[in-house]
Design a protein around this ligand. Sequence first.
Ligand SMILES: [Cu+2]
Length: 463
Amino acid sequence: MNRREFIKLSSLGIGGGALMSSFPLWSSLNKPDIRLVASESSHTFVPNQKVPTQVLSYNGSIPGPVLRVQQGVETSILFENQMEESSSIHWHGLRIDNAMDGVPGKTQEVVNQGGQFTYRFTPPDAGTYWYHTHQRSWEQLAKGLAGILIVEEPNPPKVDQDLVFAIDDWRINGSMQIDEESLGDLHAWAHGGRMGNFVSVNGLANKAYSVSKGERIRFRLINIANSRIMTLRFNLPTISVIAIDGQPVTPYSLEKGVLTLAPGQRIDLMIDMVLDPNHKSPIELLIEDKAHQVAYFKFSDKVKREQLLDNPIALPLNPVNRVAIPEKAISVPLLMEGGAMGSMQEAIYQGRKMTINELVQHQKIWAFNGVAGLPEKPLFQVNQGTAIGLAVVNNNAFPHGIHIHGHHFIHDKEPSYWRDTALFSRGEKGRIKFVADNPGKWLIHCHMIEHQAGGMVTWFEVV
Ligand SMILES: [Cu+2]
């Protein structure tokens, strides 16, 4: 019975005052707002795909369902694990209670086959986020365990459509199945990560977005791939960037229509649909100067409005946008080492110094500050409210996307953005600044998932 039906019944004198007061209470206490079931399932990327691809999914959908929750309103999400392996869910970019962060061994027990876990949180910041497994993610994420989380503003800007563009890459074999043999491929781990040979948008090859001339679209881009950095090209002149990693920015025009998303990063665009009816406008993935169409806008035969709307709408600021970072911060070095063509000769793993040959036996080929994998002691432990300056040095041959759990930060290269994932190219040095204001144990890791699995992960504690 939904609320409207209930009101209708009560106005007819059916149901009484007692029911009226107890029904909503019962409902909010016992029923989660959202249920996410992880299971083995099958998926088709193209309409005429003869043999479906076997995947891991949430609620049978690739990617997982687009969850829309309200800023500042508590949400409960029941996670049920119907897979034959343990798992957990991490809410990427949300500054929520540590116990809900979804990191097995650090913030919760792993959820075993047949098990459940209720995530309950109040998202402080509106914007575009995502959720994904944080258990054996080099394998589970590659097989599909990711979905989109949108935190709605109380008064969202008026647009004609609010659309999601979740881009992923897959390593698919000749039978259209996930190439499982390459999942632990140390060669790929030691390079840029395990790259796919097939790209999907919202789980589809060449996804079509139906639009009409004159429409204003909010377009939420999310890179949910394990390791592929996506450089995308749009072919419309009327595109503004309005948010980065969920956080509002002063709207600016997207020069040449090109943008780059490292794994885990998001960009919200506002696009005015300028083409005439029945036209198409491709969205292309650029790989080594070659353009591959991965999706397109398909203009209907109708016109929504002849005159485009004026000026993109700036999003309302989030609480994080108002965090003042003091000039004086505790400086913490973060040296990224390892990988193919790197100079790392040894590192500490599980408390013991190992040569590179020994490390390879343990699939550990990347390190932060000479330590491969999660150390027993945190990288730093500070009191709540301490300002941190991470001095990041990328001392190896590959780019890395650094993700910090439970916090947003400022990368000195782009000081007007509040990011949760920042790309450091080969040889790059830079500084990440944030206020460690969320109590608990939080991970810092590379979001090229094979680099994380290969050792590029550490943690800090806020007390
Ligand atoms: Cu990396």
